[in-house]
Structure formats: structure tokens, C-alpha cells
Ligand binder design. Sequence first.
Ligand code: 3HC
Length: 302
Amino acid sequence: KRPAGAPDKELARKITKVGIVGAGLMASQFALLFVRRLQVPVVMTDLDQARVDKGVASVHEELDKLAEKGRLDSDNHSRLKALVTGTTDRSQFADCDWVIEAVFEEVGVKQQVFADFEDIVAEDAVLATNTSSLSVEEIGSKLRHPERLVGFHFFNPVAVMPLIEVVNAPATNDVTLATAMAVAKDLKKTAVITRDRPGFVVNRILAKVLGEAMHAVETGTPISVVDHALDPVGLPMTPFELLELVGLKVGAHVLESHHAPFPDRFFESEHLNALADANAKLIKRDGKGRPGGYTKEFEAIV
Ligand code: 3HC
């Protein structure tokens, strides 16, 4: 496999329409970013019309808020709103040059999504997965043309975090990779090309930090001691605030997907799995959302 270098920029395809599979929170954040930065039609889809409508409405609300804050003038506000649409009719993805998914983090679900959309989009459309921990190669293994699949991993909050990991899977070709790099640049993000390894680069490190933090708590170190141990380093958030930001289910999945291939190197946490399953919170917050102490569900694991 070639080294992880950036391919020739000239190879990048022009994006004239973006398709987003999924209309949940992450998908809506993508739609907002793509429409603002690329200024092209963005179409969202999901399993039913209610989800689609909710996703589109939330993007429109965010555009309204930007207009209220004076960050969008009224012409651009109405133009961008009109560019974001939703549908359950997948044939409306036929002219998308870039299709990105933000569906459930389960390999079979993502394989099915891409197998379905491969038959709808044009031969030269690029398919992008936002998977945070699954193998891009495995996600693409059911495709007739896996060379046009690339990992395109965003970080929470999507609007703010500058990084995108562009995952160069074994089958990904240079045109696909160049297009992904160009899209990331147009989104005004910093892109790094990573190999298709568990956790890519960032989550590999994050899995270590979060796994060690959970393990330290489970073996008797007080939660607040663990959570504030890194304060002098000056990170923007404590480990458990970060875990709550990415979502306990996603966090638990990140730990599991590192523990499985590297059981001697990474911890998984049954307590975290249970907290995630119970939709529990970790951190108590005041009326303004400021953190102050830990929930009794989290304290109960010690
Ligand atoms: N959506 C959109 N914008 C947001 C936002 C959100 N959820 N949260 C904050 N912002 C914006 C604010 O509007 C503000 O914008 P402005 O300066 O233009 O007004 C700016 O971000 C700063 O916000 P605040 O002043 O309210 O808050 P902070 O300065 O405390 O910053 C933070 C908030 C940017 C979230 C910061 O705490 C941070 O960087 N935290 C670390 C986040 C991180 O590490 N993310 C990666 C997680 S790993 C991951 O996602 C991978 C996955 O696969 C697991």
C-alpha cells in the first residue's frame, strides 16, 4: 500500500450537489457546514419523512440563528435555506457528486447504505463515510467500486472543530482521495490522511485516554481526581466532559472497537456500556449548562 501522501490536487472532482444519508444530529451538522461552505444543493434522506422533516427543519433553524446573529445577510439566508432539502425518494441522489453517510455506527448498516446508493449515483460520484472506528475497507467490501469510498471523519462539534481525518482505505483511489482533500479544504477544515486502522489516529489516542480514565475510576480513584488530572495541561475539556460531548454510546463503541483488536492495549468498560445503554449522564449541570459535580448514576459505579 502506498504511503499516506496527498495525491495530485488536479485529480479532484468538482462537487455540484451533496447527498447526506441520515437526518439526525450529526447529519444536520454536516448539511449546515456543506451548504455554508460549498454553496451547492444539499439533499438529506432518512428512513421516513418525519425524520427527514426534522433534520431539514433543524438546519433551517441554525441558518435562521446565523441570520439573527448577523452572520448571514438576508439574501444568503433565503438562498442557503432553499438549497437544503430532504426526501425519502432516493432517486433524488442520482445527480449527487458526493454522498456522505451519518447513519448508525454498525458495519452492516453502513455496507447496506453504500450498496444501495452505489446503484443510484453516477459512476464517478464519491462516497464518504463518517465512521469513527469501523474499518472503511470492510464498509466498502460489498461495493462494486470500492475505489470511490473514502473515510471522512469529523469531530464534535462539527461546526467548530477544525480537523477531518481522510481515511485512505486499501481500495481508495487517488481521484477519490484528491476529491476528499479538496472538499475538506472547501469546508475550511484541516485534513490529514490516515491509514485505515482502528480509531485512525485521533480516536486511537482518545480511546487510550478515555479507557484509562474509566479504568482509574473503576479501580477506586475518585471521579473528580481523574477528571481534573489533566487540567494543568490546558485542554479545553476534561475527559468526562469530552465523553459526554461525543455521546456515551459513541464513546463506549470507540473503547470496544479498540479493545477487540488490541485486548492487551486498550480497556473497554462495562460500566460505560451500562451507562450508555441507560442513556445516563455523567456530569451534573446548572441551569446554564455549566458543569458541577457528577451524576449519582456515574458515582454509583465506584
Ligand atoms: N455547535 C456549534 N457551535 C458551537 C458548539 C456546537 N455544539 N459549541 C460551541 N460552539 C461555538 C460557539 O458558538 C462559539 O462560537 P463563536 O466564538 O463564533 O461565538 C465557539 O464555538 C466557542 O464556544 P464557547 O465559547 O461556548 O465554548 P468554549 O470556548 O468552551 O468551546 C468547545 C467549546 C469548542 C466545544 C471546546 O470546549 C472544545 O474544543 N472542546 C473539545 C472538543 C473536542 O475535543 N472534540 C473532539 C471530540 S472526539 C470526536 O468527535 C471523534 C468522535 O469520533 C468520537
